[in-house]
Design a protein around this ligand. Structure first.
Ligand code: NDP
Length: 305
């Protein structure tokens, strides 16, 4: 087979951010409403700090009011819930995002369920989960990573996914399950695989669309890929890369890899997302799109398609 097409998530995300920026300017000029995104982070986990920083920066670039709430690691659950209640009540805030994971002494479910579903731009609130799974996705905020993955799938296959066979490896609430709902809503025939699935490779080889959301570096190789499949690699794994040298403490430098062995899978797939530069940038772009949608609803104007 010819080598797979590399699906450029960075370029697709840039196009979405460009549309969001233009539509934000239109909304603000017409109504005075400035989309407001509140990003709440508890503690100093370095990876979370990087994610939050890049979300806040992109929000500003889109013309949003971006409000970062940095709370110390010892913040109690009651104090965090109070902060969420304040943000729920603030008319200038259209989207609330609580960066996960939270410190162990805080009940994550309780915090996520405390967010007003109409400001839940991550799409993790049970009301939004319910809307998506009952087909009321026009009203739902759809979780950003699966929503972005769907756009990449459609870039390759077009809008009609009817009858395609889709296999999703991973059944988490934030990626695997909502991904399955979106593909099901698009009339694909969906299989969700997980750690108890028997003969995973043969299940995966049945897929026209293979989505990997496992969290295991380069686990899926060419033996898991059907000839001509579209492969979406959601995984983000940091692995040692001694070939890049060592830092001042003598530790090997690192690099990011996905859940799919790109080089091997590329020999079978028709199209595949790289890591980095595939699904990752789409996640932030969809967060911006969700926040703009929320602001449009608040201003009672139609959101952009
Ligand atoms: P979770 O750890 O919540 O879920 C992993 C899933 O993979 C589970 O359902 C688990 O099965 C399944 N699994 C684990 N090992 C195997 C195996 N050997 N065979 C088959 N299935 C297996 O992870 P997330 O869904 O949160 O994230 C998945 C990946 O996506 C991670 O690398 C994460 O970093 C990345 N990610 C990337 C994002 C982005 O913006 N691109 C956003 C969010 C996540 P079981 O349920 O049986 O335990």
């Amino acid at each position: 087979m010819a080598e797979a097409k590399r699906i450029d998530g960075k370029a697709a995300a840039a196009r979405i951010i460009d549309i969001v920026t233009r539509e934000t300017a239109t909304l603000t000029t017409a109504t005075g409403v400035v989309p407001g995104l509140a990003v709440v982070i508890v503690g100093e986990d370095p990876a979370s700090q990087v994610y939050v920083g890049s979300k806040a920066k992109t929000a500003k670039a889109c013309g949003f009011k971006s409000i970062k709430h940095e709370l110390p690691a010892e913040t109690g659950e009651a104090a965090l819930l109070k902060r969420i209640a304040d943000l729920n009540a603030d008319p200038e805030v259209h989207g609330i995002l609580v960066q996960l994971p939270l410190p162990k002494h805080i009940d994550e479910t309780k915090v996520v369920q405390a967010i007003d579903p109409d400001k839940d731009v991550d799409g993790f609130h049970l009301i939004n989960v319910g809307r998506l799974s009952t087909g009321a996705s026009a009203k739902a905020f759809v979780p950003c990573t699966p929503a972005g993955s769907m756009i990449l799938i459609r870039e390759v296959l077009g809008d009609d996914l009817s009858g395609k066979s889709a296999v999703i490896v991973g059944r988490s609430n934030i990626v695997g399950k909502p991904m399955a709902q979106l593909l099901l809503a698009a009339d694909a025939t969906v299989t969700i695989a997980h750690s108890r699935t028997r003969d995973l490779a043969s299940v995966c080889r049945g897929a026209d669309i293979l989505v990997a959301a496992v969290g295991r570096p380069e686990m899926l190789n060419g033996a898991y890929v059907k000839d001509g499949a579209v492969v979406i690699d959601v995984g983000i794994n940091r692995v040692d890369a001694p070939e890049k040298g060592h830092d001042e403490d003598g530790m090997p430098k690192t690099r990011l890899v996905g859940d799919v062995n790109y080089a091997d899978a590329s020999e079978k797939a028709a199209a595949i997302t790289p890591v980095p530069g595939g699904v990752g940038p789409m996640t932030i772009a969809m967060l911006m799109a969700n926040t703009l949608r929320s602001a449009c609803r608040a201003a009672d104007v139609a959101p952009p398609k």
